[in-house]
Design a protein around this ligand. Structure first.
Ligand code: ATP
Ligand code: MG
Length: 334
């Protein structure tokens, strides 16, 4: 088969004047594209780089591909940015790896995802959504369970999440939200901070999806105010240890697996994803968010987890690719 690769490369993007230092944090490196290329070519297929943005549109119209391995994060600060490339692929009726536009759009919107989790009875920290400065002025903080974490509502890679995103009072929250509204140009989430183990869960396959593994993210410097900030993710080799399989009480492991499968299925995720939890001191796993387009670089949690479980980087990518092929039986013999 001829497999197209869609992606957004950090090095090809312009850093806008006045934009935050982590503006391009979600985008990928040529090294990551190399891993995907080697994984697919190792299965006996050929690959063609389609890139992202306008270049992707030109290339996908010109190149005849049987299926696309998509890791494009999309452009802008839109809540549907991750759905941009899969939407074009559906319009052109081209099979692709990973979740569909509706799933990607809903999951990038943390507020909407949390509402759906609540409806399904999955614990998620209490939160407020603040869309603009006027709403911020009108926010009534009484009863809100501080400390809280402030984060952009449509981002990933911990964009906007720094040590000062953890706040202890309404006054601190208001100041941080106000600044974030201006800097990240999107609604801001104020979320109850769950002090406890941080667990990320890898999900693989379809009907039924399987839990690939659970990994605990442990700060080297013990703290009851640990936040996996953008700075920590950049310097992960020095600042955190990863424990996989995660040592958890059996009942907690069971609950996390149950919530993860339920969420994957409810949101219609496909092929793979990564789900983040914090487990409170009383053992309740609170789901923070789900990433149906998790990073596949060697610094990405899903890859770190897979390697700890004994897979090679390329093998994990091959498993994801094969999960997609199983959904498109006709591709297999093309
Ligand atoms: N409610 C919370 N309680 C405790 N910690 C939190 C909470 N929300 C976020 N965090 C911390 O901030 C980190 C990043 O938050 P979150 O996963 O929501 O952001 P993200 O940008 O979508 O991350 P990514 O896409 O890289 O997984 C979490 O891994 C966790 O350490
Ligand atoms: Mg996360």
């Amino acid at each position: 088969m001829r497999v197209g690769l869609s992606f957004d490369l950090k090095e090809t993007m312009a850093h806008e004047a006045g934009a935050p230092d982590d503006m391009l944090e979600e985008y990928d490196s040529p090294t990551t594209i190399g891993y995907i290329q080697r994984a697919i070519e190792g299965l006996g297929h050929s690959t063609v780089k389609l890139g992202g943005g306008k270049e992707f549109i030109r290339n996908v119209l010109n190149e005849k591909v049987d299926i696309v391995f998509n890791i494009a994060e999309g452009r802008g600060t839109y809540r549907s940015r991750e759905a941009q490339v899969p939407s074009i692929l559906e319009m052109l009726d081209i099979p692709y790896v990973g979740s569909d536009p509706e799933c990607l759009a809903v999951c990038l919107d943390k507020h909407l995802t949390k509402k759906l989790m609540q409806m399904e009875g999955i614990p998620t920290p209490e939160w407020r959504l603040i869309a603009n400065q006027q709403e911020l002025k009108e926010t009534v903080w009484k009863g809100f369970p501080f400390p809280a974490i402030i984060k952009p509502s449509f981002e990933g890679s911990s964009k906007g999440i720094h040590a000062n995103s953890l706040v202890d009072s309404a006054a601190q929250a208001a100041a941080t939200v106000s600044e974030m509204l201006e800097t990240y140009r999107q609604p801001v989430l104020v979320e109850q901070f769950i002090d406890g183990d941080e667990i990320t869960v890898g999900m693989l396959g379809n009907s039924p999806v399987k839990v690939l593994g659970m990994m605990k993210i442990i700060p080297r410097k013990q703290s009851n105010r640990f936040v996996y900030t953008v700075e920590v993710k950049r310097d992960w080799k020095n600042l955190v240890d990863y424990e996989c399989p995660a040592h958890l009480k059996e009942a907690t492991t069971k609950k996390i697996a149950e919530y993860s499968r339920k969420t994957f299925e409810m949101l219609g995720c496909r092929d793979f994803s990564r789900i983040d939890f914090r487990v409170s001191a009383d053992g309740i796993p609170y789901m923070l968010e789900i990433n149906p387009l998790p990073g596949l670089g060697d610094y990405s949690d899903l890859i770190i987890m897979a390697v700890k479980l004994g897979w090679k980087h390329e093998e994990l990518i091959a498993l994801v690719f094969n999960a997609a092929l199983e959904r498109y039986p006709l591709c297999v013999h093309v």
